[in-house]
Design a binder for this molecule. Structure first.
Ligand SMILES: Nc1ncnc2c1ncn2[C@@H]1O[C@H](COP(=O)(O)OP(=O)(O)O)[C@@H](O)[C@H]1O
Ligand SMILES: [Mg+2]
Length: 212
């Protein structure tokens, strides 16, 4: 019997391959008979969707960094309460495309509010529901952004339009978090074939779920 009620998050810059790998993780865990929920913030949660619209609206270029951080935390809380916690309580595994670390990195580190400050409001929002495992897909932002522009059917949002310097800071931020929490956050080189990246993820999953 595998372990139940585990919370896993995927992190990384734009085009690192999070969505691609989550689809493979879904197939793999289902094939092992593990019941799981795959989600991403705002995750179809009405209130979270509405908050997210305000954050990503291109008209809101004057948005203050702390306002943005608070809105992300608010959206996160509602998604957590309505979707993630109920699933974990049913013993399901929850796999989430980005979570708290994205805020720590984008708002805290890259926008310069400070990781600790953003951590404070997120602690209030998540009440201790930290991931059991966070898979960080590491890639040179230049390669990640090239992947995105090469793929046609992806909407470009406000964050995609930020300059390269910002994306490099994002990567630096993730590497900073990795150093702080090496037990929870595991880094994988995302500049490999899709299959090779997934093989590395599979090793982490097998260990966490105790799959033989
Ligand atoms: N390992 C990889 N090598 C080459 N292309 C990839 C790889 N992983 C994903 N891609 C492609 O890059 C684009 C962005 O991938 P995606 O999974 O959407 O990234 P993210 O969700 O991290 O932004 C997609 O077109 C995807 O097919
Ligand atoms: Mg994605």
């Amino acid at each position: 019997m595998h372990k139940r009620g585990l919370f896993i998050t995927l992190e990384g810059g734009e085009g690192a391959g999070k969505t691609t790998q989550i689809n493979l993780i879904e197939k793999y865990l289902m094939s092992k008979g593990i019941s799981c929920v795959f989600t991403r913030e705002p995750g179809g949660i009405n209130i979270s969707e509405q908050i997210r619209e305000v954050i990503l609206n291109r008209k809101n270029i004057s948005m203050d960094g702390r306002t943005e951080a608070l809105l992300y935390a608010a959206s996160r809380r509602q998604h957590l309460v309505e979707k993630v916690i109920p699933a974990l309580k049913e013993g399901k595994a929850v796999i989430c495309d980005r979570f708290i670390d994205a805020s720590l990195v984008y708002q805290g580190y890259a926008r310069g509010i400070g990781i600790e400050k953003v951590m404070e409001i997120n602690e209030f929002a998540i009440e201790g529901y930290m991931p059991n495992l966070t898979i960080y897909l590491d890639i040179d932002p230049k390669i990640g952004l090239e992947r995105i522009s090469a793929s046609k059917n992806r909407e470009v949002n406000r964050l995609d339009l930020e300059n390269m310097k910002f994306h490099n800071k994002v990567r630096e931020g993730y590497l900073t978090l990795l150093k702080r929490e090496p037990m929870r956050i595991k880094m994988i080189n995302a500049n490999q074939s899709i299959d090779n990246v997934f093989n590395e993820i599979k090793i982490l999953l097998d260990k966490l779920f105790e799959i033989d």
